[in-house]
Design a protein around this ligand. Structure first.
Ligand code: PRT
Ligand code: ZN
Length: 300
């Protein structure tokens, strides 16, 4: 095994909403992992890459302080950490590389059903319970509103019932928790999803080459998720119309069909989801023998 300073370290959430998705994504990039006995590290068996399994709140700090080279974490956590550090005069910046299309949620303002809200000015002189004081203060400053953030480390949604706040500012995904507590969403501060962050420190040639390789594979895995390979027969005179209907495809391959001078075979990689509607529209434009196949791997 390489000396530890030559291995890439990726900070990943130990247990939580992002854990399975993050590990699955890295495994689909070809990484074979074994967990250490204490479950705190996953060692890469076939590549010099190890995962540090930590609380999600620690991930931006570990990457910002150069202890890990990459991290997978919610944008909400990254932005909160960045703003808190900036307020303390210890700014950290990351190379934020990819949005990973999982862990979707939003940081939203909510209030007891019936509360009047006509925009941020309605927050003037109110108390707002949150664990996201950095993002909330930033929002209040941007909107020049004087309100009082009240820090709650968890169970923010019960603050209004306890008489501790007029509004709450918390992460929402389905909205079920707000509803169960008689709260209504009134504004959105941030749309979030899991992202890959990279340290801004130069990594050295060998490590950077490995990071580039893993990022290229990640890109391939993300593209493949939405991509499909379409094969069809098209009348030559409908080719332009049919190409225009193929979602997200750049240059389809057009092949001659043996014994048929009027039609050609068209093969294309479509980088957006192919729905039944698309196939029906292609058929209406004259396409026949339509076949849609999943794409296993892709390298641009
Ligand atoms: O232990 P550790 O600190 O690592 O974990 P954690 O408890 O802080 O985080 P975790 O696992 O709950 O969430 C990790 C990340 O997932 C968050 O930082 C977000 O980026 C993202 N995420 C996506 C969410 C949600 N969806 C979500 N729904 N994080 C939290 N929630 C909460 C929400 O606040 C509400 O209380 O889940 C509850 C249910 O939400 P509704 O709207 O579906 O009812
Ligand atoms: Zn956390």
């Amino acid at each position: 095994m390489e000396p530890s300073e030559q291995r890439i370290k990726i900070a990943v959430q130990k247990t939580g909403r992002l854990t399975d998705h993050s590990i699955d994504l890295l495994e689909r990039c070809g990484l074979k992992l074994t967990r250490s006995k204490d479950q705190l590290i996953c060692y890469g068996e076939n590549m010099p890459i190890d995962l540090l399994l930590v609380r999600d709140d620690d991930i931006p700090g570990l990457v910002g302080e150069d202890i890990c080279d990459l991290g997978i974490v919610g944008l909400n956590v990254v932005e909160e950490k960045r703003l808190n550090r900036a307020a303390e005069g210890r700014a950290i910046e990351f190379k934020q590389i990819y949005e990973l299309d999982f862990g979707h949620c939003r940081l939203a303002l909510a209030a007891p059903d019936g509360t009047e809200y006509n925009g941020p000015e309605s927050l003037e002189k109110t108390r707002i319970a949150t664990s996201y004081t950095g993002l909330l203060k930033h929002f209040l400053e941007e909107n020049r509103v004087d309100a009082e953030p009240v820090y709650f480390s968890g169970a923010v949604e019960i603050a209004p019932k306890l008489g501790r706040a007029d509004f709450i500012c918390d992460i929402v995904s389905t909205g079920g928790t707000l509803k169960a507590n008689g709260l209504v969403e009134v504004d959105t501060l941030l749309q979030s999803e899991a992202v890959v962050i990279q340290t801004q420190q130069p990594l050295g040639e060998a490590k950077q080459a490995l990071v580039d390789k893993i990022l290229q594979r990640l890109d391939g895995v993300l593209q493949v998720r939405e991509s499909k390979y379409i094969m069809l027969h098209a009348p030559k005179d409908a080719l332009a119309e049919i190409h225009a209907l193929l979602p997200g495809s750049e240059a389809p391959t057009v092949l001659r069909l043996d014994g048929d001078d009027d039609k050609v075979a068209v093969h294309a990689v479509c980088r957006e989801n192919v729905f039944w509607d698309t196939l029906e529209n292609l058929k209406a434009a004259g396409a026949s023998s339509l076949l849609v196949l999943p794409v296993e791997k892709m390298l641009a």
